[in-house]
Design a protein around this ligand. Structure first.
Ligand SMILES: Cc1cc2nc3c(=O)[nH]c(=O)nc-3n(C[C@H](O)[C@H](O)[C@H](O)COP(=O)(O)O)c2cc1C
Length: 195
């Protein structure tokens, strides 16, 4: 519970590299996640080269500002610029890819009562479990993290990194400071108990 309670989304990293040994331990945790029929529908692209990461942030900046100029009423688009700094500062940027099409059950003539979308949702949940495993392992090793969905605003360029859909990214690094705890809903508002 300690790692779960202590983890924060960190948006400011110091200029310090994570050793390969520590990184591998974090990635190993990602592999341990449960998944439907153990299909393990995830692959990751790790960008630790500082120049490449800088280029990534620059291209993302260009794409977001281009989008915003088309839709200036969309604060969420311009807000995504806040995620550029952690992307540039972190030691490793890990692109999370959904290894889709690992199962074909809908074109076999059976009237499945589960849609392809349901299967995708199940698999994506397991991708999330894999990511969360890594965040928590990182936390126990003193590594801070930020899970980033904002990279998807720059999908046109982000997609070139993988043959599979990129569904988010993780910044890993040493925290400059840990932000305060964020609020959570109360247990009774979230859980319905049937006794
Ligand atoms: C799938 C996902 C995507 C997220 N994307 C971003 C992001 O792009 N930029 C960002 O600053 N935070 C992002 N966050 C972090 C959330 O804002 C954060 O988890 C939430 O505010 C709770 O704070 P905490 O993680 O410190 O508990 C994301 C979190 C998740 C789970």
């Amino acid at each position: 519970m300690d790692a779960i309670a202590a983890r924060r989304s960190v948006r400011s990293f110091v200029n310090q590299e994570i050793s390969d040994e520590v990184l591998m331990s974090v990635f190993e945790a990602g592999l341990c996640a449960p998944s439907p029929k153990n299909r393990q529908p995830w692959t990751y692209v790790v960008i630790s080269n500082r120049e490449e990461k800088k280029r990534f942030a620059e291209q993302m900046h260009a794409e977001i500002t281009r989008l915003y100029s088309q839709k200036p009423d969309r604060q969420d688009i311009i807000g995504a610029l806040d995620t550029l700094e952690p992307i540039e500062q972190c030691s490793a940027l890990v692109l999370v890819c959904y290894k889709n099409n690992t199962v074909v059950i809908h074109d076999d003539g059976i009237d499945w009562n589960m849609s392809a979308k349901d299967v995708e949702a199940l698999e994506l949940m397991s991708v999330g479990a894999s990511v969360q495993n890594m965040l928590l392992r990182a936390q126990t090793l003193g590594i801070a993290s930020l899970w980033c969905g904002d990279i998807l605003y720059a999908y046109q360029f982000v997609k070139k990194y993988s043959e599979f859909p990129v569904v988010s990214a993780i910044c890993l690094g040493y925290a400059e400071y840990m932000p305060p705890k964020t609020a959570r809903n109360e247990i009774h508002k979230v859980f319905k108990f049937i006794k």
